[in-house]
Design a protein around this ligand. Structure first.
Ligand code: SDX
Length: 430
């Protein structure tokens, strides 16, 4: 909290009010406008909440100008280098890095909640085989409330905690089951003797007829990608989870809503859209035309994987992923012409005044698709990868929200632009 204030004067009435400035441990202060309507009779207008803080949170901090990302105070670069996704999930939820005993207990509990209810297979089989896996994931996660009645009392901290564990644990199982259903393979059950990432890769790719020969580079790369995608402040899908959570909805409904929000191409769906864009550009010599199209206000075409609401500098995750892309492709002895297109596109955009003036840099989605492709993750599963990783952030924010005394149901106001009051006229007189 701070004792600083701002003064606001209404030029129509010459009335001046004083509004408190709220500060956190890092970042810009925020004006508390709670009494604005009562004292001046005005609302604020901020489409997309570009300048509006919706909550206090201690989980993640972004400095968009400096390109800084901290999970519970730890720089993403250090976590990417030294941590694992499951340890990051523990950190996001609990606020501190675990000691060996705590991590072992957390990992054991997650491992023993990885199975999905057998009836859930019927949900997947209700989809047509070519359903988008995000549709199958969203529907299946929403249905979990029908199976786990012992985690629906959101007033019980233990039920909230167990729901968070279940969601982290079951997301890979359900995601891989959805993928295998779409290609006509039988699902693979989670193997408890494997770690979180390796277990997921086995559920995704192991065929019944032969054991999976897994290159350790693949598991390491996926673990790193999951760390980078685990959380990101009040992004659209996390804000959706919080808004749904503010109504008292069960955790499975909240996360299903987050999956739905993530699916959009302006958000988590961008990684799939980037690969389709790169394939459409096809060759580095076509990059110039793509950049011109993206600048054309009469065209809806945007450079997918570029720009960010908060980062007005390089997205630190994009930097890590770009470096990792070269290493993974070299380690797997994979060459991908789309990487050449991506590198050419990045250089062209970073030199173009349109992108420079608008501070449009590559974001987390620009390179991730190239790595997922090298890891043999199918394109339509890219956003599912994002959802698995972001589940850690979503449940961390959901848990935080339910411990926050300021939490109230989210219900924005509006500026009404419709018809003024008028009387009904019978159809015979219209
Ligand atoms: C993620 O919030 C998060 O933290 C999200 C995320 C996370 O981890 O949760 O980081 C993950 O969603 C990353 C973003 C992935 N989306 C994309 O890559 C899609 C392409 N990017 C854009 O759609 C856009 O940049 C957004 C949605 C990411 C941000 O949009 P903003 O902040 O609302 O910015 P804007 O649309 O107001 O654009 C500002 C200007 C506009 O031009 P002018 O009207 O000023 O002339 O920049 C232009 C836009 O037209 N612009 C682009 C562009 N992005 C913005 N022009 C061309 N190509 C682009 N990609």
């Amino acid at each position: 909290m701070s004792d600083k204030t701002v003064q606001l004067t209404d030029s129509a009435t010459n009335k001046t009010i004083t509004l408190p400035l709220l500060s956190g441990t890092l970042g810009e202060p925020a004006v508390d406008i709670g009494k604005l309507y009562k004292e001046l009779g005005y609302f604020t207008f901020d489409p997309g909440f570009v300048s509006t803080a919706s909550t206090r949170s201690a989980i993640t901090f972004i400095d968009g100008d400096a390109g800084v990302l901290l999970y519970r105070g730890y720089p993403i670069e250090q976590l990417a280098k030294h941590s694992s996704f499951l340890e990051v999930a523990y950190l996001l939820i609990n606020g501190e890095l675990p000691d060996t005993a705590k991590f072992s207990a957390f990992e054991d509990e997650v491992t023993h909640h990885t199975m999905m209810h057998e009836s859930l297979k019927n949900f997947l089989h209700g989809f047509h085989y070519d359903a988008h896996p995000m549709a199958m994931l969203c529907g299946s996660i929403a249905s979990l409330s029908a199976f786990y009645h012992d985690t629906l009392d959101i007033g019980d901290p233990e039920q909230r905690r167990l729901a968070a564990i279940r969601l982290i644990a079951k997301m890979p199982t359900i995601a891989s089951a959805a993928y295998r259903y779409s290609i006509g393979w039988p699902i693979r059950y989670p193997r408890n003797n494997l770690d979180y990432i390796t277990r997921f890769l086995h559920m995704m790719f192991e065929v019944p007829s032969e054991p999976l020969a897994l290159n350790p580079v693949v598991a390491k790369a996926l673990d790193l990608l999951f760390i980078l995608h685990a959380d990101h402040e009040q992004n659209a899908s996390t804000s959706t989870v919080r808004l749904v959570g503010s109504t008292g909805a069960n955790p499975y409904a909240c996360v299903a809503a987050g999956i739905a929000a993530l699916w959009g191409p302006a958000h988590g769906g961008a990684n799939e859209a980037v690969l389709k864009m790169l394939a459409e550009i096809g060759d580095a010599k076509n990059v110039g035309k793509a950049v011109e199209r993206a600048k054309d206000k009469n065209s809806s075409f945007r450079l997918m994987g570029f720009g960010h609401r908060v980062y007005k500098n390089f997205d630190p995750r994009a930097t890590i992923i770009r470096d990792m892309t070269h290493k993974v492709l070299a380690d797997l002895n994979v060459s991908d012409p789309l990487l050449d297109v991506a590198l050419e596109l990045e250089q062209a955009a970073l030199k173009d005044p349109y992108f420079v003036e608008r501070k449009l840099y590559p974001n987390v989605d620009f390179y991730s698709g190239i790595i997922y492709k090298a890891l043999k993750i199918p394109t339509e599963m890219f956003t599912v990868m994002f959802a698995i990783a972001r589940t850690a952030g979503w449940v961390a924010h959901w848990l935080e929200q339910h411990q926050d005394k300021d939490t109230k149901i989210g219900r924005p106001r509006q500026i009404y632009t419709g018809a003024v009051k008028r009387d009904y006229t019978p159809i015979a007189k219209r």
